[in-house]
Design a protein around this ligand. Structure first.
Ligand code: AMP
Ligand code: MG
Length: 408
């Protein structure tokens, strides 16, 4: 008799999954391939940016010591400096230069007065300044963004759009980041056929293509390896083809049915199983294990269950492999629109559609929750976490909502 393993709480199952992960070697990625990835090494600045002090406003470059009461103070305008031009004149006492945003601060000037704090003077070549300014007022200092040779972004920095903009400004074309995890995707089931086959009494394998999209969106590189029939030999054979990948995702065949061969096939191939039952619905039958540098996820077959378990376990794992430190699924607090009941024992992840009303995020459970129907994932914006021990959530209850990454 097989021993019945304990049901792991979702947080513990995720922690154990993350503990199994190997780390990936770094590669040089082009900047347009680096969004959402993480620096594997410190990056030093090659250029000082801005390269010179420049104006943060359209206005007048002045010597702040010229601006003493009584106001207005009349100054002679010696030139106009546009962005992209070089100042030709020094700003001497009693003078100023008209200056545009981004133009270099001329020698002699130490501050900028915005145009709105000035008015035309009777003479054509002068201006009246209406108030005093502090030194460095509206001056963007040389080196504010970066100084040659100094650290620009430390190892571990997640590369968002501004970070990549900083790197572009440095003239960098490639950055060191962990390579993308390679993910093999396998389907199992006698009832399945490929999308390009005539179904004839079978159903189209939708899990492999949806999981492939989810993997790509999470930053991995998916390879769909095909469908294994429900025999130990076929499942084991397809698993053999998946060796060498970083992750292997199988779907279906992980329950306790007579035709559920995934666990046995994994064991036959020498995969050390870490756990195979999690206290969640959907997704209770979920197998996670490791062999060498490959981590295996036996996901449930129901289309929505496979997406929910992807969200709770695979996506955080992919993000960790990409180098992210914080990979907990993001969550927000909202309120329940409606009522929910369940027995204690399993945490439920209820598909909801949430929208903002009067400053609060109201979550309405979708009318269909059956995990066999992809429709119950379509139009879901969040998964509502209905905790394991809780049995009732009333109208307006405060709830934890996990935004789904699979939406449009
Ligand atoms: P199983 O875990 O093998 O009992 O499968 C659970 C349910 O998911 C069954 O109704 C299967 O037909 C369905 N299913 C399994 N694999 C897939 C797949 N790749 N695409 C769509 N549905 C699937
Ligand atoms: Mg099956």
């Amino acid at each position: 008799m097989k021993e019945e393993p304990e049901l792991l709480p979702v947080e513990e199952a995720r922690a154990r999954t993350l503990a199994l992960l190997p780390s990936l070697p770094a590669e040089w990625a082009r900047l347009d391939e680096a969004l959402g990835r993480v620096l594997a090494e410190d990056v030093l600045a090659r250029r000082t940016l801005p390269p010179w002090d420049n104006s943060a406003m359209d206005g007048f470059a002045v010597r702040s010591t010229d601006l003493l009461p009584p106001f207005p103070v009349r100054l002679r305008v010696v030139e106009t400096i546009y962005a992209g031009r070089t100042p030709r004149e020094e700003v001497r006492p009693g003078t100023c230069a008209r200056i545009m945003t981004g133009a270099p601060l001329p020698p002699g000037a130490d501050a900028v007065v915005m145009k709105e704090r000035t008015r035309p003077a009777p003479e054509a070549d002068a201006v009246e300044i209406l108030e005093a300014v502090a030194p460095r007022n509206f001056v963007r200092s040389q080196g504010e963004d970066a100084r040659t040779g100094e650290p620009l972004l430390p190892r571990g920095t997640a590369l968002g759009i501004p970070e990549l903009g900083l790197l572009v400004g440095q003239g960098l074309q490639e950055v060191p980041v962990p390579r993308r995890p390679r993910v093999a995707i396998l389907s199992t089931g006698d009832e399945l056929c490929r999308a390009d086959e005539a179904p004839e009494g079978r159903i189209v394998d939708t899990n492999a293509p949806t999981l492939a999209l989810a993997v790509r969106r999470a930053g991995g590189v998916p390879s769909v390896l095909g469908i294994a029939r429900d025999t130990l030999e076929e499942v084991s054979g397809l698993l053999a083809a998946a060796e060498g990948y970083d992750f292997v995702l199988t779907s279906a065949g992980v329950s306790v049915g007579e035709h559920d061969f995934v666990r046995a096939a994994l064991e036959q191939r020498g995969v050390a199983l870490d756990f195979w039952r999690v206290a969640i619905k959907p997704g209770k039958p979920l197998v996670v294990g490791r062999k060498g540098g490959t981590v295996y996820f036996g996901l449930p077959g129901n289309p929505t269950s496979s997406l929910v378990t992807f969200e709770l376990f695979v996506r955080p794992a992919l993000r960790r492999m990409l180098g992210h430190a914080d990979v907990e699924p993001p969550r927000v607090t909202g309120r329940l629109s409606g009522e929910l009941r369940k027995p204690a024992g399993l945490a439920h992840f209820v598909r909801v559609s949430a929208s903002w009303r009067e400053g609060e995020l109201w979550a309405r459970p979708l009318s269909t929750q059956t995990s066999g129907a992809l429709r119950s994932a379509a139009s879901a914006t969040h998964l509502l976490h209905f905790p394991r021990s809780s049995t009732h959530l009333g109208e307006g209850a405060q709830v934890e909502l996990l935004p789904v990454s699979w939406g449009s």
